[in-house]
Write a protein that binds this ligand. Structure first.
Ligand code: ATP
Length: 319
């Protein structure tokens, strides 16, 4: 299927005959594959008599050679798939099967993309980035402190470098543009966090998505902001280089070395918020984050610290 898509990805017309020759199959077999493509991947294809077939809009497909060219000197292999349940789930399976870290799993689409607490990450075919980096962590709990916040900084840097200047962070690990969600981060651990463990750093970035009825909160994409298609290979390359940089600094300096930079990019610094975990809610004002990445909230007359994967922030005047 990907071979056929690579022939069509430029968004131009291709005759059934030319596609058949390129694939070594008959014109009617081409027609069948195109129908399958349209049905399976929800990709509209135009058919015009005398001209051939054309994708409704061009595609930026993932490509190993381009990814490698975008990450010179970095020996982190990219493992590409057309369809996965979740890149994090696949990364965990590959790691458990014995592949040494680091490595990166990418998919053109996810059928069960994961958010926090079992929520779903909407992952249509070839539009966005679905990316999981597996790392081995040997330094105990200290090496994990603030890690997901640091990943947020790397994502932010990659977005800004591609022109999305106004993106910012929301504690603990969302990337927003104003109130719209542009990217999400999900870290999953395997092994003993106090000793040697593996961490899977899952990142979803809305790249070229223009429409979806499936996301149940305000969202945006790079293309919606920039008004043009974004090269997903170049973006994945940038992201990988920035992850390498920030994770390297985090390993040496701990979160302390990045605390200020994180706060400078926190969209909700000084805002009145509610912190929610199930039926628990506490209202306060965001003071920042501490040297471990915990949220500092002014609650009444006291400062309180919050950390953990179950907590969600909401702006108070929204509720
Ligand atoms: P929190 O504030 O707790 O992070 P959240 O609702 O943003 O809350 P996440 O687990 O970070 O939760 O992300 C999952 C949620 O993100 C989904 O429930 C959905 O509302 C939203 N979502 C799913 N897919 C996308 C997408 N492609 N782009 C933007 N938002 C999405």
């Amino acid at each position: 299927m990907l071979t056929l898509l690579n022939l069509l990805k430029d968004g131009r017309f291709h005759s059934g005959q030319a596609l058949g020759v390129a694939l070594g199959i008959s014109r009617s077999a081409v027609w069948k594959r195109l129908q399958l493509l349209e049905a399976e991947l929800s990709l509209p294809i135009h058919k015009v008599r005398g001209r051939g077939y054309q994708l409704a809009s061009p595609l930026s497909l993932l490509d190993n050679a381009q990814l490698a060219a975008c990450t010179p000197g970095l020996d982190w292999p990219f493992l590409l798939s057309e369809t996965l349940d979740s890149t994090n789930a696949e990364a965990l399976r590959i790691m458990q099967a014995g592949r040494p870290a680091p490595f990166i799993v990418l998919a053109e689409r996810q059928t069960a993309g994961r958010g926090r607490r079992g929520r779903k990450w909407v992952s249509p075919f070839a539009e966005n980035l679905y990316y999981s980096l597996v790392l081995r962590v040997e330094g105990g709990m200290g090496q994990l402190e603030g890690l997901s916040l640091v990943v947020g900084l790397a994502v932010l840097k990659a977005l800004r470098e591609r022109g999305v200047a106004k993106a910012g962070l929301k504690w603990p690990n969302d990337i927003l543009l104003g109130k719209q969600k542009l990217a999400g981060i999900l870290l999953e651990l395997a092994g003993d966090p106090a000793d040697v463990c593996h961490v899977v750093i899952g990142i979803g970035i809305n790249v070229n998505m223009l429409a979806t009825g499936e996301v149940d909160q305000a969202w945006t994409s790079m293309r919606l902001q920039l008004g043009e298609m974004v090269d997903r290979n170049a973006l994945a390359g940038d992201l990988t280089r920035h992850l390498n940089h920030y994770l390297g600094r985090h390993r040496v300096e701990g979160f302390l070395g990045l605390q200020e930079e994180w706060q400078d990019n926190h969209l909700w610094q000084g805002q009145s918020v509610s912190l929610v975990a199930g039926s628990y809610q506490v209202d306060g004002t965001v003071l920042g984050v501490d040297k471990q990445g915990a949220l500092r909230l002014q609650v009444g007359n006291e400062e309180r610290l919050f950390s953990g994967g179950e907590l969600s922030l909401r702006l108070r005047h929204d509720s």
